[in-house]
Design a protein. Structure first.
Length: 500
């Protein structure tokens, strides 16, 4: 896929039509590949300048950027410097403080002193100061999987996938329906199959149609196009949510959408359609629980059982197991009840088909029974998980001391909350004697003093952010404000620190 800012579509006639690369764009694809290959050993900023020149020459700058975005995935950028940039900066700033840098000569003297303290030349210090900035990193290798023809094909596939990312519904007819449905199940998408006068049509629900759209679901949804496009004949009709406006998108096997060097879809097998259906719908909810397929075996008497699923709570080391009882044979029911009876010290949810009539027996074994007919209601399972979640959070808040003394000099409240299995808001009344709250970050006073010494009015914002990042501070806005600075912006060229 491409990022949305690189999407090239026409909305003529109220539709949503991807603007595919054509055969005539092959020379442009070759030039972009050549630009990457010709800049191995150069800084990223030099490569980007060359690509910018190519954009100005080309008819479609987004096309150049799209090709470059695909190639960059196969590019390796590294920090190349005589010294660790953080070490060079620290030495340079200490020398600058001693010299009192104002003029270029004083800057040169500070670099000389820094070099002497590190046993290297002033040029080595200067070259290393900001070598770890993204634009200063060096392209060390480009191992592209594509020649110009393959790059065109990959671009068109990625463009179509990006266009489908915001689909609310897709209807697909394929000459290989078995492969299509298999891929849908493996990708854990929501779907249904309808009979039509001339065959069957698979209807897939898109990420914006579920309770809360997520990038994870949207990416899987777009990846389905890989399987669709491998069929000899296919037709895809989608409804796109284009910033609140519904637009139709139609793709067929006659469009220039193919699959070069297709990556295999990760295989996820299920014992039944009920399990596959539940997994797809549960994953789309984006709850605070991770769904694990076939977790570790559990001891049950002299045997073991492997539950269908487990739910891992994201904020604590807590796991709930989940079994789906969907067969009706007496032998199966007897075996399953025996396994459940033999479990000890295990939190187990059991979705049981109402036709089995064993819900009360399961409850009597101290397991939570969730009845279902046809398919497991995700809401019923989510409601039970939220009960556990409330108990876990309540226990964590009660166990949380009135004051905390983290060992780290710098720590975000989000990271600390995760460690204790609570929300950030649960830390609102907690005291931190060894730290100060700076925005949503805890920072030791000694670290703030060091930062105050390393920062000064007139420093470029990028330099200040590098100093903050060296100690682990990512919220530069709050930190700079706490240290008495504001940022004076200079158009699009960056910012400069000024005293408040």
């Amino acid at each position: 896929m491409l990022t949305k800012d690189l999407l090239r579509v026409s909305r003529a006639g109220g539709g949503f039509h991807p603007q595919f690369a054509e055969r005539s764009h092959r020379p442009l694809a070759a030039r972009v590949i050549g630009t990457f290959q010709g800049h191995v050993g150069e800084r990223r900023e030099v490569l980007e300048a060359a690509l910018a020149d190519l954009e100005r020459e080309a008819d479609h700058f987004k096309l150049v950027r799209g090709f470059a975005a695909l190639l960059e995935r196969d590019a390796t950028f590294e920090t190349k410097a005589s010294l660790e940039p953080a070490v060079a900066r620290r030495a340079a700033f200490e020398a600058a403080e001693a010299v009192g840098v104002v003029t270029e000569d004083e800057r040169a003297m500070a670099l000389v002193r820094a070099g002497e303290s590190l046993g290297v030349s002033a040029d080595d210090v200067a070259d290393s100061l900001y070598a770890d900035l993204e634009e200063r990193q060096v392209l060390t290798a480009i191992d592209s999987r594509w020649d110009p023809d393959d790059l065109l094909a990959q671009y068109n596939l990625s463009l179509a996938q990006t266009a489908l990312f915001d689909a609310t519904e897709v209807r697909v007819r394929s000459s290989d329906p078995k492969a299509l449905v298999s891929a849908i199940k493996r990708l854990r998408l929501l779907y249904e199959i309808e009979k039509t006068p001339d065959g069957r049509e698979v209807i897939v629900t898109g990420p914006t149609q579920i309770f809360r759209a997520t990038r994870r679901y949207g990416t899987r949804f777009a990846r389905l196009l890989r399987t669709v496009a491998k069929a000899d004949e296919w037709r895809l009709e989608a409804t796109i949510d284009d910033r609140g406006t519904e637009r139709p998108l139609t793709l067929t096997h006659e469009d220039p959408v193919s699959v070069p060097d297709a990556d295999p879809v990760a295989e996820v097998s299920f014992d039944s359609g009920v399990e596959a259906d539940f997994a797809g719908r549960f994953t789309s909810l984006d709850l605070e629980w991770d769904l694990i397929r076939e977790p570790e075996p559990l001891a049950t008497g002299t045997r073991v059982m492997i539950p269908d699923f487990a739910f891992d709570y994201e904020h604590a080391a807590f796991r709930i197991y989940f079994e789906i009882m969907g067969f009706w044979t007496p032998e199966y029911v007897e075996k399953k009840l025996g396994q459940l009876e033999g479990l000890e010290d295990v939190d187990m949810l059991v979705a049981v088909d109402e036709s089995l009539g064993v819900g009360e027996q399961i409850s009597a074994l101290d397991h939570r029974a969730i009845p279902y007919t046809g398919s497991v209601r995700v809401k019923d399972v989510a409601d039970v998980l939220r009960e556990y979640e409330r108990e876990l959070v309540a226990e964590s808040v009660v166990a949380l001391p009135d004051e905390l003394r983290p060992e780290a000099d710098v720590l975000t409240l989000a990271d600390l909350a995760t460690r204790h299995g609570v929300s950030e808001d649960a830390l609102a009344e907690t005291s931190f004697p060894d730290h100060e709250r700076v925005g949503r970050t805890l920072i030791r006073p000694s670290t703030l003093e060091t930062l105050a010494d390393d920062l000064e009015a007139g420093m470029a914002l990028s330099e200040a952010e590098a100093v903050l990042e060296d100690v682990g501070v990512t919220d530069s806005s709050a930190a700079l404000s706490a240290l008495g600075y504001r940022v004076e912006w200079e158009g699009l060229g960056g910012g400069t620190l000024r005293e408040r």
